[in-house]
Design a protein around this ligand. Structure first.
Ligand SMILES: Nc1ncnc2c1ncn2[C@@H]1O[C@H](COP(=O)(O)OP(=O)(O)OP(=O)(O)O)[C@@H](O)[C@H]1O
Ligand SMILES: Nc1ccn([C@@H]2O[C@H](COP(=O)(O)O)[C@@H](O)[C@H]2O)c(=O)n1
Ligand SMILES: [Mg+2]
Length: 194
């Protein structure tokens, strides 16, 4: 059995829908490297980089950081991972993210995972996350929901038109969501292996 392709799956869904939680499960069961765009941006702030203040301000406002910054971080992480299967979490957040990533890396996702979850449930989850994130407050959460509807959903619709979107009901308990995730990853890895 030979894995022929460099595989990358995007994971773009609403804030608090459970992407990070399920990525940890997917890594354990399917051997992907998890690359969270948000985590990479937060690490860049902590590193004291010259872009740190700009990134911090944008995250506080729930805005999308310019693609060149995020893509550079993703490219570096891809190179350093030594893996050929990536789960790119929180990306692409807008059309600029999508087009720039595909142009720069020449990587197209095999599929795009979309977690369908109500705003009420996502808000509840974010307000009780307790991980000290500066954007887990009601003002930023509302701004992030607006950005998601206006900028991120159109990208999901783009991939849907290419039949790449796999939608999951993410309003259920963690274990039940993972059962649905497993079905998608199992059937995909069977297709990708010859
Ligand atoms: N299915 C679920 N049911 C209940 N709580 C959940 C579920 N999935 C995740 N959570 C909890 O909700 C919170 C947000 O989850 P997580 O951080 O995985 O979301 P996310 O989609 O990565 O959010 P963000 O876009 O802000 O990074 C966490 O406290 C997590 O433990
Ligand atoms: N492609 C991205 C991803 C994230 N951001 C910024 O980070 C914030 C947190 O992202 P999470 O994925 O951890 O929820 C997000 O609200 C954006 O401000 C980004 O700019 N571009
Ligand atoms: Mg997350």
């Amino acid at each position: 059995m030979l894995q022929l392709r460099q595989a990358s799956d995007f994971f773009s869904s609403g804030p608090g829908s459970g992407k990070g939680t399920q990525c940890a499960n997917i890594v354990q069961h399917f051997g992907f490297t998890h690359l969270s765009a948000g985590d990479l941006l937060r690490a860049e702030i902590k590193s004291g980089s010259e872009n740190g203040t700009m990134i911090q301000n944008m995250i506080k406002e729930g805005k999308i950081v310019p693609s060149e910054v995020t893509i550079k971080l993703l490219q570096k992480a891809i190179q350093e991972s030594g893996n050929d299967k990536f789960l790119i979490d929180g990306f692409p957040r807008n059309e600029e993210n999508r087009a720039a990533f595909e142009a720069v890396t020449k990587i197209e996702p095999e599929f795009v995972l979309f977690f369908d979850c109500s705003e009420e449930e996502m808000e509840r989850r974010l307000l009780s996350r307790n991980q000290g994130r500066e954007d887990d407050n009601i003002e930023t959460i509302r701004k992030r929901f607006k950005v998601f509807l206006e900028s991120s959903l159109p990208v999901i619709e783009y991939y849907n038109s290419k039949e790449k979107v796999r939608k999951i009901d993410a309003g259920k308990p963690v274990e039940e969501v993972f059962e649905a995730v497993k079905v998608i990853f199992t059937s995909n890895s069977e297709k990708a292996t010859v």
